[in-house]
Design a protein. Structure first.
Ligand code: KIV
Length: 290
């Protein structure tokens, strides 16, 4: 049975992307890196809701339903408590809100590490319930067998090396990685293992720049940097960070907006008008027909 995902344009709040576009595919993203070079950098942002996806879609190549939604949406202390159900629900919303970008969904902590079989069951559930095209998982060499298992069974996988937030309890914090020779060597080895296992792209997070560049030059698939280097094959940021939703942001984030201020000022104006009984006004109220 095939499912078609459509935005309901009959309701007043549904505001579809300007023009439905043909959706990009995983092979087309993978093919953007030719002979070690990606001419036009790949653009990825996180998205967690349908409306957010509608607004971001036309500007991105990939939308990542990141498990960062644990902190950003649910106020959790880390990504560790995030569940498969949360990921499937938010990914379905993002697919419904997009026409163009490849939607990638994060495999949450505990849903894939035990075995390739466990990973297959979790990934299949995510893709079936959401309509997303690919999954992302954290970890390098230790996950290579799983990446090969999934890709051979029709599930495209994006890898994630360097600072891997699901391992915060092992890492002891969110510091940049690759400062020691041993750590740097491990990151490069991890990325190569994922590449050889068939990952179509690899997120390189929180890694000192020379190592991010070395990883990018060492793998055939595109790298997507976050706190890494402009020389990666693409970039990703958490959308709320980039929009200025939070006062405190990590060093690698550039705030392109100040949405927190806009929301606060708008809420203050609304509250003022409600308290002054100037909202709702004539335009927002219904009167009996004369
Ligand atoms: O969960 C997430 O948002 C991520 C990105 C930061 C790469 O993994």
């Amino acid at each position: 049975m095939s499912t078609t995902f459509q935005i309901d344009t009959s309701t007043s709040r549904a505001n579809p992307t300007p023009a439905p576009m043909k959706r990009l595919t995983v092979p087309r993203i993978r093919q953007r890196k030719v002979g070690g070079t990606t001419e036009e950098p790949i653009v990825m942002l996180t998205a967690y809701t349908a409306r957010q996806a509608q607004l971001l879609d036309a500007h991105c190549d990939l939308l990542l339903v990141g498990d960062s939604l644990g902190q950003v949406i649910y106020g959790l202390p880390s990504t560790v408590p995030v569940t498969l159900e949360m990921m499937a629900n938010h990914a379905a919303a993002v697919v419904r809100g997009s026409y163009h970008s490849v939607v990638v969904v994060d495999m949450p902590f505990g849903a894939y590490e035990a075995s390739p079989q466990q990973a297959f069951e979790s990934a299949a559930r995510l893709l079936k319930e959401s309509g997303a095209a690919a999954v992302k998982l954290e970890g390098g060499e230790a996950m290579a067998e799983t990446v090969a298992f999934l890709t051979r069974r029709g599930i495209p996988v994006m890898g994630h090396v360097g600072l891997t937030p699901q391992a915060v309890n092992m890492l002891g914090g969110y510091m940049a990685r690759g400062r020691s020779d041993a750590e740097a060597e491990k990151i490069v080895t991890d990325a190569k293992a994922l590449d050889e296992a068939g990952a179509f792209a690899i997120v390189v997070e929180g890694v000192v720049e020379p190592i991010a560049i070395e990883v990018t030059q060492s793998v055939a698939c595109p790298t997507i940097g976050i706190g890494a280097s402009a020389q990666c094959d693409g970039q990703v940021l958490v959308t709320e960070d980039m929009l200025g939703m939070f006062e405190r942001v990590p060093r690698f984030v550039k705030k392109y907006g100040n949405i927190a201020e806009t929301i606060e000022q708008t809420a203050a104006k609304y509250a003022e008008e409600v308290r002054a009984r100037s909202f709702p006004g004539e335009e927002q109220t219904y009167q009996p027909k004369a």
